[in-house]
Write a protein that binds this ligand. Structure first.
Ligand SMILES: *Cc1c(COP(=O)(O)O)cnc(C)c1O
Length: 384
């Protein structure tokens, strides 16, 4: 196997067909369909050090297959795109930001994005990069774009689930000569394809619904331009933010059920949101798939699926804590996207601008009736 193998038989047009075959090599007699993880710090390399696999920080055949798989889902049929996998979502995000920006540049970040972005902001500013922020909702980032080198979009945003007009923001950014990266973690590539919406990079944490079992950390960047991706690859090499072969292989195996998981989890998320809408103690309910959600109109124009995360607010911190405690099928845990439902009171971390009773609930692959019944029971039992 080499980095220039022709991709395997991923001919199908449907998401399920694409997911089960994504990144597979051509079948070889007596070999497994998905070759096992290649554990190698270095590769046998006599003579001139050329070819795809030299040293384990630069390349690994298990990453190559996973990178192909993610690329086939993020940008099906788009020639010339490139995908790189990373040790975590933050490794992928940092690699784009720090490889593309120089002292004196300006970057626009979301003010309501992932909770580590404020730390990234402080580091960028320490390197002499100007950072502007604006909320995701209402396309507010448009107002601070002038003179920016890079626009960073997170849509839907985490945890507030606001959505912006990606295509519109990309056009405005490109007109001003700025690159655009979209954090596609919450949507997954089956929910949204940022490159088709014009973005230069789709960046995501593969820790969440992409792999969906809560047992590994992973990140990736898919980009459309070879020169910018060369800089991202160089950054990965410099910082060594690489996934282990075992994690890469587990991720690839998990992607083969992505369509099953997202369809099940996202349909259950809608059912749960509909049930929560009827509850008097629930305010600020957000799910982009709900027809009356403020994000729904723009979400339905650019998303193919609306995610597995529902957020809402209970009257007090104590009520939210009692609710989380009373749940039996939903673990009190952070992160999202796994096959087992999780929820947390987001305010416990500090950092997000959310009310004390704000709950982020990630819907898993349980039977929807069981899950909705458990949530409604926990709401009853936690009442004052
Ligand atoms: C979790 C998350 C990240 C960071 O991913 P890690 O794999 O934890 O490093 C980035 N963006 C979003 C939207 C996330 O939810």
């Amino acid at each position: 196997m080499s980095g220039t193998d022709t991709p395997g038989r991923c001919a199908g047009g449907g998401d399920g067909t694409r997911a089960v075959r994504a990144g597979l090599p051509e079948p070889v007699k007596h070999e497994p369909t998905l070759p096992g993880p290649v554990f190698a710090a270095h590769f046998h390399l006599p003579g001139d050090p050329t070819g795809p696999y030299t040293y384990g920080r630069d390349e690994n055949p298990t990453w190559t297959l996973l990178e192909r798989a993610v690329g086939e889902l993020e940008a099906p049929g788009q020639d010339g795109t490139e995908t790189l996998v990373f040790a975590s979502g933050m490794a992928a995000i940092s690699s784009v930001l720090f490889s593309q920006l120089r002292a004196g540049d300006t970057v626009v970040l979301p003010s309501d994005g992932y909770q580590v972005l404020p730390l990234v902001r402080a580091q960028l500013e320490a390197y002499g990069i100007e950072v502007r922020t604006a909320p995701t909702g209402g396309n507010a980032q448009l107002g601070v774009l002038d003179g920016a080198k890079l626009l960073w979009i997170e849509s839907p945003s985490n945890p507030g689930l606001d959505v912006c007009d990606i295509r519109g923001l990309v056009e405005a950014a490109h007109t001003r000569g700025a690159l655009v990266a979209v954090d596609n973690t919450l949507a997954t590539p089956l929910g949204q394809r940022p490159l088709e919406l014009g973005a230069d990079f789709s960046v995501a944490s593969g820790t969440k619904q992409l792999t969906g079992h809560g047992d590994l950390l992973l990140g990736y960047v898919t980009g459309r331009d070879a020169a910018t991706m060369t800089a991202v690859r160089r950054w990965r090499k410099i910082v060594g933010a690489i996934p282990g072969p075992m994690e890469a292989w587990l991720a690839h195996r998990s992607i083969s059920t992505l369509h099953l998981r997202v369809d099940r989890q996202n349909a259950s998320a809608l059912a749960l949101a509909e049930a929560l809408r009827e509850r008097p103690e629930v305010t600020g309910l957000r799910y982009p798939g709900l027809p009356d959600d403020p994000s729904h109109k723009i979400a339905s124009q650019q998303m193919r699926r609306f995610g597995c995360v529902v957020s809402f607010t209970l009257p007090t911190r104590a009520r939210a804590d009692r609710f989380l405690d009373a749940l039996r099928l939903v673990d009190d845990a952070t992160s999202f996207g796994g096959v087992r439902s999780t929820a947390e009171r987001r305010g416990r971390w500090g950092g997000d601008a959310v009310p004390e009773g704000f709950v982020r609930l990630s819907v898993g692959a349980e039977d929807p009736e069981d899950l909705v019944a458990d949530v409604l029971r926990a709401l009853e039992e936690s009442a004052d």
